[in-house]
Design a protein around this ligand. Structure first.
Ligand code: NDP
Length: 327
C-alpha cells in the first residue's frame, strides 16, 4: 500500500512521510526540486524503495500530481504556502496556490482511484477572531472572518479556509470514488527532520524561535496565545486519519492545548536558566482568557493522545540550541 505526500520537503510533511514509512507503507513524496528529493531519499535510505520522490515544480499546473498519484491508494495533501510576512500579492502568493494545489491534488486522487484523501487544513479554517470569549471551538466551527485580500495573517487564514471548503465541495459535488478527512491543527511545533536551519525555519517554528533569540526586547509583554500541537502527534494523526475507516468525511481538531505566549515564556525561562536574559519576562503568571480547542473527537474517534506542552517546547528549544551550536 502506497500513499502520496505532497510537499514532502516541508516541516510537517517530512514527519508525515516518516510516520507512514515507520508503519511499513510506501510513500511517494512530491518536492519542488531534485535537491530536496535527494535529501529526503538519503534521510530514508533504510526504507529502500518504499520511499521515492517525484519533482513537481509548480502545484498550480493542471495535472501536476497525476504522475505521483498513479498506483497509489491514498493521497495526503500537505503542501500549501504558509507565510504571513512580506505578502504583497495575497491572491497570487497564498490563495491561488492553496486553491489550485488542492484542486490538482483531488483530481489526481480521483484519476488514480485513491480511496481516501487526507488534507492538511488548519485551525485557521476554524477560528474566528471576532468570537466573544470564553468559547470552545469544535469541528463544527468555520472561520467566517478572514478576507483573502486583507494581507498577512488574514490572507493565509482565508487561503486555508477556502482550500478546505473547496475540498468538501469537490467530494460532495459528484461520486468521486474517495472520501476526505481533514486535519485542523493549530500551531505545530517540535523537532524538524527536513533540511532546516535557524535562518530557514518554517513559520510556526520561527514564531517560537523569536522568543528565545532576542527578537523581542526583554521588557516586551507577550500578548495573546495559540493552540499548540507536537509535530509528531500531528503526523501520527495523519496516519490514523488514513487508516481509521470511521474517520470518513470528517474534520478533526488536532490540538494539545491552548497556551498564552506569556505562559510559553514562563515555561522556557523556568526550563532554561541560560536563556533568562533573552526570553521576555512580561508579567509572569498573568494569563489572558483565550479561545479553547476541543480535541475530544480526535481522542475518541482516532485514538489520539498528546505528549504535552512541556515536551513540545523542550524538543523545539533543544533543537534551536543545537542548530545554533551551543546545545
Ligand atoms: P512548510 O513551509 O515547511 O511547508 C509548506 C510545504 O508546502 C513545503 O513543502 C513547500 O515546498 C510547499 N509549498 C509551499 N508553497 C508552495 C507552492 N506555491 N507550490 C508548491 N508547493 C508549495 O510549512 P508547514 O510544514 O508548517 O506546513 C505544511 C502544511 O501544514 C500547510 O498546508 C500549512 O498550511 C499547514 N499547517 C501548518 C501549521 C503550522 O503551525 N506549521 C498549522 C496548521 C496547518 P518547499 O519545501 O519546496 O518550500
Amino acid at each position: 500500500e502506497t500513499v502520496v505526500v505532497t510537499g514532502a520537503s516541508g516541516y510537517i510533511a517530512a514527519h508525515v512521510c516518516d510516520q507512514f514509512l515507520k508503519r511499513g507503507l510506501g510513500v511517494v513524496g512530491t518536492v519542488r526540486s531534485a535537491d530536496k528529493g535527494a535529501y529526503l531519499a538519503s534521510l530514508w535510505k533504510k526504507y529502500g524503495d518504499k520511499f521515492r520522490y517525484v519533482v513537481v515544480p509548480d502545484m498550480q499546473v493542471e495535472g501536476c500530481f497525476d504522475e505521483a498519484a498513479s498506483g497509489c491508494q491514498g493521497f495526503i495533501h500537505v503542501a500549501s504556502p504558509f507565510f504571513t510576512e512580506n505578502v504583497t500579492d495575497p491572491m497570487a502568493q497564498l490563495v491561488e496556490p492553496a486553491l489550485k494545489g488542492t484542486r490538482n491534488a483531488l483530481t489526481a486522487a480521483q484519476k488514480a482511484g485513491c480511496k481516501r484523501v487526507v488534507l492538511t487544513s488548519s485551525f485557521a479554517a476554524v477560528y474566528r477572531g471576532s468570537q466573544p470569549l470564553p468559547y470552545l471551538f469544535t469541528e463544527r466551527d468555520w472561520n467566517t472572518d478572514s478576507k483573502p485580500e486583507d494581507g498577512g495573517d488574514d490572507s493565509y487564514m482565508a487561503s486555508k479556509t477556502l482550500a478546505e471548503k473547496s475540498a468538501w465541495e469537490f467530494v460532495k459535488a459528484s461520486n468521486v470514488g474517495f472520501d476526505l478527512v481533514t486535519m485542523n491543527p493549530p500551531l505545530v511545533v517540535g523537532p524538524a527532520i527536513h533540511n532546516a536551519s535557524l535562518t530557514s525555519l518554517n513559520t510556526s517554528l520561527e514564531m517560537v524561535h523569536r522568543y528565545v533569540s532576542g527578537h523581542y526586547a526583554p521588557d516586551t509583554i507577550p500578548k495573546g496565545g495559540m493552540g499548540f500541537v507536537h509535530v509528531v502527534d500531528l503526523a501520527i494523526a495523519h496516519v490514523l486519519a488514513y487508516t481509521t475507516p470511521s474517520a470518513s468525511n470528517n474534520r478533526f481538531l488536532i490540538s494539545d492545548g491552548v497556551y498564552s505566549w506569556q505562559q510559553v515564556c514562563d515555561m522556557i525561562r523556568a526550563e532554561y536558566p541560560a536563556l533568562r536574559d533573552v526570553v521576555p519576562v512580561g508579567k509572569p503568571r498573568e494569563y489572558p482568557i483565550l479561545e479553547a480547542i476541543d480535541n475530544t473527537k480526535s481522542k475518541t474517534e482516532l485514538g489520539m493522545s498528546y505528549r504535552g506542552m512541556k515536551a513540545i517546547l523542550k524538543e523545539s528549544v533543544d533543537q534551536f540550541l543545537t542548530m545554533k551550536g551551543t546545545g
